[in-house]
Design a protein around this ligand. Sequence first.
Ligand SMILES: Cc1cc2nc3c(=O)[nH]c(=O)nc-3n(C[C@H](O)[C@H](O)[C@H](O)COP(=O)(O)OP(=O)(O)OC[C@H]3O[C@@H](n4cnc5c(N)ncnc54)[C@H](O)[C@@H]3O)c2cc1C
Length: 330
Amino acid sequence: MPEIYDIAIIGGGPVGLFTGYYAKLRELKTCIIESLPTLGGQPNTLYAQKKIYDVPGFLGITGEDLTTKMIEQLEMFDCDIYTDTTVKTITDDDGGVKVLQTNKQDITAKAVIVAVGNGAFNPRRLAFDYDPQLDEQNVDYFVKDINKYRDKDVLVAGGGDSAVDWSIAIDNISKSTKIVHRRDTFRALGASVTKLETTNVTKVTPYLIEGVQKADDNKIKVTLGKARDKDNKRDIIVDNLLVNYGYTSDTKMLRDWGLDLSGPYIKVNQKMETNLPNIYAVGDVAEYDGKLKLIVSGFAEGPTAVAQAQLKIYPEKSYYEHSTNLFDNQ
Ligand SMILES: Cc1cc2nc3c(=O)[nH]c(=O)nc-3n(C[C@H](O)[C@H](O)[C@H](O)COP(=O)(O)OP(=O)(O)OC[C@H]3O[C@@H](n4cnc5c(N)ncnc54)[C@H](O)[C@@H]3O)c2cc1C
């Protein structure tokens, strides 16, 4: 018999992490399922080095540091975490238990809290085929550890906030940094573009990447071309290429799950209930009148969803709890 969780949380972004922590605080058997290899959602993936100024208790905290703190908090309890695991379908078994079919194993739970943000996101990839082995060493779509670029020749591709911010950050530690963009002007915030001018980052514009090939000494040859000048090509040899072309997010599965949607988001009531029994939604994916898509909004929605789920699963337990009463904290 597979283990039946009280609550399965889909999504390991900040809201899923806090909701998981809160469910464990209430001693509910809980798991968090995350499609990416790492936890943290948007703050850790899209703006790891940017400071967030509207999380209470912090004068400013980077997306990466917030994620580290939240994982530490979650580790106070024994919460089961499934990373690299994407929920594909949700069905009910004969007894009304939810069966979450993933790309790996099935996971069963009495209640489900959907915290999938803007959906399973994937980076926009280079638009041509290249040797997939280069993805292991030379071509990146995420910055997992900036130190990878220390003393290296790095080419960053893209014209938005991420590309410009990463170029600036990488320039501090790399041997050389270039940024390639298909236009002469960058889309990033004005302040970031101004800052870029003060660095040693070389701008290579207006060029598009047309090919990537293995070169000597574990380097790669990146071939650039101009959209309206087909004969104007140039090659750049670098150690690493960081592609920042943005992300696509996929919420199509929500429709397949039978959830009542408002655009790509899940309609919820004040109890965070969806149209389906024992399925709740929190965080960016949860939609109601006046919704503010902020981390703190999700931090309030998580406890509501957990308390509601608990009320259904264990009606004898107290709905309302202060955490100060839960442990002997003298
Ligand atoms: C550039 C930028 C700056 C921002 N700045 C701020 C700010 O200053 N302050 C603020 O409050 N907010 C800010 N936000 C918004 C904030 O990041 C979001 O409100 C927050 O991340 C929502 O958290 P979440 O957990 O609901 O969703 P997400 O962070 O999107 O996490 C959802 C997680 O669910 C996973 N997932 C999706 N589908 C599945 C599936 N089927 N199976 C398993 N896992 C799945 C995803 O991989 C993802 O990790 C910013 C956003 C951006 C893009």
